[in-house]
Design a protein around this ligand. Structure first.
Ligand SMILES: Cc1cc2nc3c(=O)[nH]c(=O)nc-3n(C[C@H](O)[C@H](O)[C@H](O)COP(=O)(O)OP(=O)(O)OC[C@H]3O[C@@H](n4cnc5c(N)ncnc54)[C@H](O)[C@@H]3O)c2cc1C
Ligand code: FES
Length: 280
């Protein structure tokens, strides 16, 4: 839906996840307003009088219009959201963007690598893959700063019953694996046994850059790597140019890109793109 008018949406409830992060439950007042979403697609949340920001559906809208998002408080819009009371009416537009390549992932040995809040855009994907069970194998490597900031502990424990799960924390002595996902990749690959045939990345851009580089060095085709990028977004429908990067609109052509396509977009570009992690 390419509308710029937010749809009235109730903030139903919320509960805490990790430090500064909450699961929010929303309800579209018109349950028909959003009919279908793809894992990885996002919506714009409008807080009247404050502004709007993009977030990913962790659970897509059901027949009552109820959906969930995992949101970290980092700035103006998110801080205002954390101050809202349950029952407040906010605005939502969407769904927007490209989703993860679900069909292409069938029959593959999939490794998902998420860093910090980058796990949010991968939740619906992981649930969908587990439900469809059409992959050859599926594993998740999740990195966070410390036990205080690691996200989705309960959900990851549940996933662990169905798939190999590796958590790496930067804080020493807080987990079996210490460092970043890039630091522990060889250990994880050793434990996995079989080399992945598909790699999905979401997190700090420097982490995605290094992780993709390591896999390409090890022989994985660039066309077997996907990433989800974060850019500042305003219109989310390819009009304002806020999300413009490498001759592409992150809101409409992304946020999910295949690695080789993303590299082609940036070829010969003066914008260094993924090399600058703070460029959001
Ligand atoms: C497609 C997509 C999906 C996303 N999904 C999620 C999700 O599911 N959950 C989630 O928590 N987040 C998600 N995000 C990130 C979220 O949209 C941002 O954190 C959003 O900017 C928060 O808005 P804010 O007003 O609270 O923060 P802002 O005030 O916009 O600040 C955000 C961060 O940017 C920094 N910043 C502020 N201004 C600038 C500037 N001019 N240049 C560089 N940095 C600046 C701030 O210091 C802060 O760290 C997603 C982003 C995208 C693009
Ligand atoms: S956010 Fe306006 S063009 Fe993408």
């Amino acid at each position: 839906m390419l509308s710029l008018t937010p749809m009235p949406t109730e903030l139903v409830s919320y509960y805490n996840d990790s430090e500064d992060t909450r699961h929010f439950c929303f309800r579209l007042l018109d349950p028909e307003a959003i009919k279908k979403t793809q894992p990885g697609q996002f919506f714009m949340l409008h807080i009247p009088g404050i502004g709007a920001a993009p977030f990913t559906f962790t659970t897509p809208p059901d027949s009552r219009g109820v959906f969930y998002a995992l949101i970290k408080s980092v700035g103006k819009v998110t801080r205002a959201l954390f101050n809202q009371q349950a029952g407040t009416t906010l605005g939502v537009r969407g769904p927007f963007g490209t989703g993860w390549p679900i069909k292409t992932l069938a029959g593959q040995r999939i490794l998902i690598v998420a860093g910090g809040c980058g796990i949010a855009p991968l939740v619906n994907l992981t649930e969908t893959l587990l439900q469809q069970n059409s992959y050859q194998s599926l594993a998740l490597l999740y990195g966070a700063g410390s036990q205080k900031t690691e996200m989705l502990k309960a959900q990851r424990l549940r996933w662990q019953q169905q798939m190999p799960m590796y958590t790496v924390l930067e804080a020493p002595g807080q987990s079996e694996l210490t460092g970043t996902p890039v630091d522990v990749l060889d250990t994880v690959l050793g434990q996995l046994g079989e080399f992945p045939t598909a790699l999905l990345l979401c997190g700090p851009e420097i982490m995605m850059q290094k992780m993709a580089g390591k896999f390409i060095d090890k022989g994985l085709a660039e066309s077997s790597i996907w990433l989800s990028i974060e850019r500042r977004m305003h219109c989310a429908v390819g009009l304002c140019g806020h999300c413009y990067l490498h001759h592409s609109y992150g809101c409409a052509d992304g946020p999910t890109y295949r690695w080789d396509h993303y590299q082609q977009l940036s070829a010969g570009d003066t914008d260094p793109g993924l090399v600058i992690p703070s460029q959001i």
